[in-house]
Every structure is written in C-alpha cells, then in structure tokens.
Design a binder for this molecule. Structure first.
Ligand SMILES: [Zn+2]
Length: 257
C-alpha cells in the first residue's frame, strides 16, 4: 500500500486544511474498502454533501473523514454543537474515519468509529465565541475520543501496518450487534459498556458494577432505578456476545482472539 497522499491534488488550493481534505479523501477513496460490508471500494461524494464524504455503493453506508496531523489527542474539534447533537440523534449520521498523517503527508494510522457509537456524552460543548469574533456567540463542539468505548474504535491501519479486510469487516459486524437507534437507549448501553471496560479484570461482579452508579446517574438524571438499569444493560451485552453470565451476580468479558 502506498501511504503517501497524492500531492499533485494540493496544487490548486491555498489553505492547508483544504489541501489535506482533498488529498486525504482521495487517498481513502483509492485505498479503502467498506468496513461495513467488505466491498473493495468506497466512492467519494461531491463536496456539497453536508456531512458525508464517502459512500459504499453496495451497502449504502456513508462515511466521514477527519484527518489529524500527528497524534490524535483526547478530543477532536468538530463543527457546531447543535448540529452535531441533531446529527447523532438522527438517522443520517455517518461512520467516522479518523486518519493520522505524518508531516511527510503519509497515512500512519486509520481508525473507524461506527455511527452507533456516537452519544451525547462523548460530545463536549465548547464555550461560545467571544463578542469580538467574526461568528460571535457560535458554539462549537469536541468529540471526546478518549470517552468512546474501545469496541467503537476499529483499527484499520496501525503504524502503517494494514489489518486484513476480513478482520476489519468481522470487527464491524461484531460491534454492529450493539447498534441501537434510540439515542437514550444507546447512551445507556454504551455508558454501561464503558463501565465494564473500566474494570481491568475479565471477571467482575454486580457489586463492582454498582460502584459506577453515581457516574451513571450523573449522565442519566431522570432515571430513578440505576441498579436495575445496569442489570438490564448487562443482559443486552450478554445477548450481543460481549459478556457471559456466570451466575450469582458474576460476569465474564468475552475477548475476541
Ligand atoms: Zn458497504
């Protein structure tokens, strides 16, 4: 795989961000398969599409690309907060490719976050722009990358090592079992999954899960029976094949490979 961007494409653009956008999208459309269905190609969409950058012509999955020079931090800055919340609670949200590229314009890392891993708790509201700013009062947002459960970060390229297409498609199919349209239900499931991930051992108990009750309550203020909700989400994680029930309030994580 050639990891270099096609720098010829940059010549017509003045701003660096435009150059990167054009080159990185081109790189993806030339080199990337569809993680959702294994189609060997995804196509670039026209630039007037509001959020989507690429689309699979076979399964219809749409993708957005964000490129970062160097290493991605704990958060990624994004557009307007209200638009983002509207998007993730609606049906048309794309999957998000996150590309890390080097100063030499080479792709180093590529990760995919499926759309159903987006919840309001991973979107941070930024401070409104000051009265002096051109867009005074405008409120942007950050995607809290570190708050996304690991299951929602599918590695495709790591330090220029390319994962096999079959394993990427398999990973996507596995996490698709966690897909929930309703944003409240989705938030519950992924918040509880994050708690499970936060326990470092493979085996854990209900008592350990209940220790997260205060954190979960803060995210779900209107819920008055947090412990029952935790048990219910653990059942969903069991049915989706992410944990097994050992009985008597004991659970075990199911690790892949
Ligand atoms: Zn597809």
């Amino acid at each position: 795989m050639n990891f270099y961007f096609n720098s010829d494409l940059a010549s017509g653009y003045k701003s660096n961000s435009q150059k990167i956008r054009v080159m990185s999208e081109n790189w993806l459309s030339c080199n990337m398969f569809c993680p959702a269905c294994g189609n060997i190609h995804i196509s670039k969409l026209s630039n007037n599409m509001p959020v989507a950058d690429l689309k699979c012509d076979r399964c219809g999955e749409i993708y957005e690309l964000k490129s970062v020079n160097g290493k991605i931090g704990r958060k990624i800055s994004d557009g307007a907060y209200s638009t983002m919340i509207e998007r993730i609670t609606g049906a048309g949200n794309p999957d998000l490719f996150i590309m890390e590229y080097s100063r030499e314009w080479q792709v180093v890392n590529l990760t995919l976050i499926p759309r159903f891993f987006f919840t309001p708790s991973i979107i941070e509201k930024r401070k409104p722009l000051s009265a002096q700013a051109r867009r005074a009062g405008w409120v942007g947002c950050n995607i809290l990358y570190s708050a996304i459960p690991d299951q929602g970060k599918i590695t495709i390229i790591k330090n220029q090592e390319v994962m096999a297409m079959e394993s990427v498609v398999e990973s996507y199919a596995r996490v698709r079992k966690l897909q929930i349209g309703d944003i409240k239900k989705r938030s519950w499931l992924l918040d509880v999954l994050s708690c499970v991930n936060a326990i470092s051992k493979d085996d854990f108990s209900l008592v350990e899960m209940y220790k997260f009750a205060d954190i979960l309550q803060a995210n779900h203020i209107s819920n008055h029976n947090i412990e029952a909700k935790i048990r219910q989400q653990l059942q969903i994680l069991r049915d989706a094949g992410f944990i097994e029930f050992l009985g008597r309030g004991r659970y075990r994580k199911i690790q892949v490979r």
